[in-house]
Each structure stands twice: as C-alpha cells, then as structure tokens.
Design a protein around this ligand. Structure first.
Ligand code: ATP
Ligand code: MG
Length: 225
C-alpha cells in the first residue's frame, strides 16, 4: 500500500527539528534547558493554532496487529464521553465474548451488530458473502444517517471492500452523508486507495513480528480476545 504524507506546517517542522536527536547528547545542562524551553513554546503555539473540531473518517489498515484494538480504544473513549456508539462487525467471530461482556453495562449507549460471515474460505459461497456484506453495509448506513451516533466502528469492512464483496462507490457516498460531528472508523487490511483518499486519519499497522508466525503461539486471552 502506498500512503502519502501531507506536508507539515512550519511549527511542526520546528518542533521535529528541536527533538530530532532524542537523546540530546552533547548539550550542556544550560543548552538543554534553553532548547526545551523553546520546544515548549513551539508546542504551546501549535496547540493554540489548532482550533477546529470535526468528525473524522478514520482508517486502520496494514498487516500488523492492532487495527481493531485501536478502534476499540476509541469506542471506549467515546463511551466515556457519553456518546452513542454503533459497531458493525463485517466478519463474524472477529469479535470475542470477552469484549462483548465488557461492553454489556454500556448497552444504553452502544449498539452492536455482528453481521459478517467468515468470508472466502469459510463460506466458499461468493454470492452469499456479497449479500451478507451488503446487508451489513445497509445497517451501517442507518447509523451513519442517524446524527445521534457520534462514533461508528465498521470492523473489518476493508476486507469486504478488498475482496469486492462490497463496492467502494456506495461506501464513499455513504461516508459523505455522515453528520459533521460523527467519527467513523473503518478497519481491516488492504484499505482501498479511494477510501484512504477520502479519510482524515489513516494509520497503517506495520508488521514487524507476530508470535503466531515466528513462534507458533496461538491466539491468547487479553491479547487477541
Ligand atoms: P487485533 O484485533 O488484535 O487488533 P487486527 O484487527 O489488527 O488485530 P486482523 O487482521 O483483524 O488484525 O486479525 C485479527 C487476528 O489476527 C488477531 O487475533 C491478531 O492478533 C491476529 N493477527 C493480526 N495480525 C497478524 C499477523 N500479521 N500474523 C498473524 N496473526 C495476526
Ligand atoms: Mg481486526
């Protein structure tokens, strides 16, 4: 996947330059103090010039672990702020009972739908996969069009897009209908470029090591579910 990074502004660059050598070795105590004073002032200016608030289209993609977990962290934060949250899971079983149980006390704020199939090698039925993915998308759309939901997680929707079970056009058109305050998080490997282009916040989890691969370690409670 290619991801373009947009140009940072002048203050961002100054901040980066001031902390470029993170050990700051070779500086006297006085030099270090002055540099950090300057860094703090830059940081205060950076915070002051960021005044915009908006609902974001957020994409978690890539082959490394953490796409769904990071999205769950945002769900947790949203619930803590009293927001209504909807989760539509595009792959059945991706969501484990432990997470479901934790969210049980939040049932007044949280709607949860497990609507996917296993996909591809599990179902071995492409027409059925497509019908399931489309049905899941239609449920997602009802939340996107409902302004009372502030955070919407479409877990593993990128997989449905990647396999062509769901077309990108209606998804982009649906995302464009969201209310300005609403955050929508789309997770899964292989997010299409058109989705990345429309998103505001995109993170690619990069695989460096995974014990399932290198050590034959199975999925473990607390880590994977
Ligand atoms: P998580 O749900 O742990 O945040 P994820 O959403 O980034 O993971 P998925 O592609 O949805 O990753 O895969 C879900 C499951 O597969 C998790 O149990 C995860 O630990 C495991 N997994 C993720 N990446 C890898 C990998 N590179 N190799 C093997 N297993 C992986
Ligand atoms: Mg996942």
């Amino acid at each position: 996947m290619t991801s373009e990074t947009s140009a940072p502004n002048r203050l961002d660059t100054t901040a980066d330059n001031l902390t470029e050598d993170s050990t700051q070795q070779g500086l006297t105590a006085e030099q270090y103090k002055r540099k950090m004073e300057k860094r703090k002032a830059v940081q205060q200016q950076r915070l002051a010039e960021r005044t915009v608030e908006k609902g974001l289209i957020i994409v978690h993609t890539g082959n490394g672990k953490g796409k769904t977990t990071a999205a769950l962290g945002m769900v947790l934060r949203s619930l803590g702020h009293g927001y209504k949250v909807a989760i539509v899971q595009f792959i059945k079983g991706a969501w484990e009972p432990a997470e479901k149980a934790v969210f049980e006390p939040w049932s007044e704020q949280l709607e949860f739908h497990a609507l996917g199939e296993g996909f591809t090698w599990e179902t071995q039925d492409r027409d059925r996969d497509m019908a399931k993915a489309e049905a899941a998308w239609n449920v997602a759309l009802t939340y996107i069009q409902n302004p009372t939901y502030r955070t919407i997680l479409l877990d593993e929707v990128n997989i449905a897009l990647k396999h062509g079970f769901l077309s990108i056009e209606p998804v982009l058109a649906g995302l464009a209908q969201k209310t300005p305050d609403t955050h929508i998080i789309l997770t899964g490997r292989g997010a299409p470029k058109a989705l990345i282009d429309q998103a505001d916040l995109v993170t690619e989890m990069k695989l460096i090591k995974h014990p399932f691969r290198e050590q034959g370690v199975k999925a473990q409670p607390g880590i994977e579910f």
